[in-house]
Design a protein around this ligand. Sequence first.
Ligand SMILES: Cc1cc2nc3c(=O)[nH]c(=O)nc-3n(C[C@H](O)[C@H](O)[C@H](O)COP(=O)(O)OP(=O)(O)OC[C@H]3O[C@@H](n4cnc5c(N)ncnc54)[C@H](O)[C@@H]3O)c2cc1C
Length: 404
Amino acid sequence: MHVLISGAGIGGLAAALALLRRGIDVTVFEQAAALREVGAGVQISPNGTRVLEALGLGSRMRELGTATSGKEVRLWNTGQTWRTMDLGAATTAQYGAPYLTFHRADLHSMLLDAVTQQKPDAVRLGAKGVGFTQNGATVSLRLASGEEVSGDALVGADGVHSTIRQQLFGSDRPVFTGCMAWRGLIPEDALPETINRTGGVSWLGPTAHILTYPVRQGKLLNFIGMVDRDDWRVESWSAAGSVDECAADFVGWHDDVQRMVRGIGIPFKWALIVREALPRWSIGRVTLLGDACHSTLPFLGQGANMSIEDGYVLADCVAEARDDSAAAFARYEDLRKERTKKIVDMAAAQTGKVHNPALAVPKQAEEHIAAHWTRQHVGDRYDWIYRYDATAAARAPVESSLAL
Ligand SMILES: Cc1cc2nc3c(=O)[nH]c(=O)nc-3n(C[C@H](O)[C@H](O)[C@H](O)COP(=O)(O)OP(=O)(O)OC[C@H]3O[C@@H](n4cnc5c(N)ncnc54)[C@H](O)[C@@H]3O)c2cc1C
């Protein structure tokens, strides 16, 4: 069995590693000439670290990841603070896996190193997939160079603008949310003393909210500021803006916020887009994974986690069905579609909780916090997400795979 994977992002590499660990050959085709993850953070919750652990990356992820102490919310103007969740040892004990934050480059290179240790030439760079053909026996991926590569199955892990998805199901219909995100990294020496450097903080405001958390053991603070603004519609990871433009979106916010924004080297900007859930992910020997089939708003921090889960479940299904990739992919879809849709829908529904006009008025702001941000609310929101065990999903009946 030889599985072709288009895209060496977090999801493509997680799938490659999970397949190789089961003795299934893979080749990953990546359009970029060099693998360089963007400078930003990513949170991997217990549902994701559980998979990394099962892939043999337990000690490496603990070295590279930062164990965050907890989550809190703060009010945009006064800075009033509410603790919403304890993480660290409490989470690890509760879920049997830690909650870790990473610099994306560290998570990505950890996966890449593990893949190339298993198979040194597993990843081909400068290899853009532009289309495929399949028949009853094989599938061929066509590269931009004109080369055709054949295998037994093809996985489109080529991100939100997936070429493989477009060929499978046609063009999608992206809908702009009216919101854009700033993201950047702030060095610890540029942070005000009053900033929480050990946990995740959501600053909630009337027309914007900010999420910060430490990466690289607190040497950097990851900053994502999501703002109601309809003049930026480019869905890109690498479009740079300026500190002044970013600061203009947070005029009137607490001084800590002003100082954080001033500490960002280069703030990048990215339009928040939603897409309808795909009714199917696979046709025959070809399937999709990660953002290619269920891109999400970042409000629950689950995009990368879901792509890691996908990779593991997909590998289990392929290993089980071996020569019948169509059956493997049908099972994989059954196991994964409902959960991923629920998370994507829930992330979209978070919008009114994270920023809301009520937060402009002090009394209403307190009511809003009491209605949506108590420990109980936040615990309930995340508990079913964190409890899910992708390493057991393929062994469980489909109906119960949603919240194992
Ligand atoms: C600001 C921000 C913050 C986020 N924070 C979190 C978080 O805290 N936690 C979390 O779980 N998720 C988070 N996410 C979401 C997460 O980053 C994505 O869901 C995740 O990266 C998806 O992984 P992927 O492998 O499916 O796609 P990608 O990471 O997009 O990887 C796709 C890969 O395919 C390659 N590619 C594309 N087209 C082709 C082609 N034609 N041929 C070959 N290769 C191709 C690309 O170059 C890329 O390497 C965040 C996202 C954003 C934007």
